[in-house]
Design a protein around this ligand. Sequence first.
Ligand SMILES: Cc1cc2nc3c(=O)[nH]c(=O)nc-3n(C[C@H](O)[C@H](O)[C@H](O)COP(=O)(O)OP(=O)(O)OC[C@H]3O[C@@H](n4cnc5c(N)ncnc54)[C@H](O)[C@@H]3O)c2cc1C
Length: 380
Amino acid sequence: MRIVIIGNGVAATTAAATIRHYDTESSLTMLSDEGTPFYSRPRLIEYLAGTASFEKIVIRDSAWYEKNKITLLRDAKVDRVNPARHEVIGNFGTITYDALLIASGAAPALPAFFVPGLEGVFTLRTKSDADAIIAEAARVKSAIVIGGGLLGIETANALAGRGLVPTVVEYFDRLLPRQLDAEAAAILQSMLEAKGLRILLGKTTISIARESGEVAVRFADGSSLSAGMAIVSAGVRPTTAFLRKAGIVLGKGIIVDERMHTSAPDIFAAGDCAEFKGILYGIWTAAKEQGEVAGRAITGQTVEYRGSLMSARLKVAGIEVASMGDIALTANTRVESARDDSSFKKLFFENNRLKGAILIGVAVADQFKLQREMELPTPH
Ligand SMILES: Cc1cc2nc3c(=O)[nH]c(=O)nc-3n(C[C@H](O)[C@H](O)[C@H](O)COP(=O)(O)OP(=O)(O)OC[C@H]3O[C@@H](n4cnc5c(N)ncnc54)[C@H](O)[C@@H]3O)c2cc1C
């Protein structure tokens, strides 16, 4: 069998390792439009901060691909997939598959105000994005990070580590709007501000322009802010543009079933590009779990994906925050919370079952115990 995987991230490499666990004979080709071996995307933050070299964040070196008889084509960009002819077409030519896994991940969302190519404005997803930010950071003294989510806060902190003065601007009236409630967000904000981070909330960015050698950001309330550089961190979008004419059913991402199978014969999808039961997870653990399910399905094993637990962890400037599960308040939600000087814990129950948690400070030590209590739906 000829197995082709588009991608070389955690979903793709987990699938490849799983495939090799069950099948040592099939040919296995991985295609990545990045020029790197598999590295930890979350640890790009350490690379950006200058606290880890690139070698330190590489997870699979060339020896791993060789040992597992995997052909990795780097700088190989897929332009289209032809499901009828079982072909993948790109700058490497045409490759025919018997089974195809699409693990193309996601790319930074580009809001309407984003001006492609504007000097001094960046997004962060890949090593080459980080390299471009590092080069600019050496030339300027301040930065505006648009987006007060996990990535925005971590990016601002990394730039502070390089000696820049960063300001985080957030559209919502609180930080981490997807992971924290108002009370927890206020605690995090005061902790970050105490460490010197500037934070502006409730700011709708309407334009970015280059003015007097700086990046000028204007907001809907008439105010504006200038800095040496800006990083736009406004979420991610699944990478699916190369499938536009493939006829595979797309929603927000590539729609998959419990075996990570798409609507097209012999084509699977996993990770940030995949949408399962209306959910785009966008997190490392889910991409890994989906990659494993896809690998098992491709090799004909019995497997059923039931979803992953949403979880997020922030660790910056000695501050730790974890959020997991479902923290939405419904008429049936019971909340228990405890707070002291070093710790904040809020647990969300429904029908007497723990469904979500927010932890700050010392309480983060309970994260994995609580995750187990939530009876995680794990791949089977
Ligand atoms: C800086 C940063 C920090 C993060 N921190 C965290 C964290 O703390 N916790 C957490 O859970 N998640 C975090 N994430 C998100 C996490 O990294 C992703 O959820 C995860 O990497 C998704 O893995 P993936 O394999 O689905 O996709 P990706 O890692 O995006 O891999 C996609 C692959 O597809 C390839 N590709 C895409 N299009 C094409 C094409 N047309 N042709 C060929 N190849 C293509 C790419 O080259 C890449 O190899 C972070 C992300 C970033 C950027």
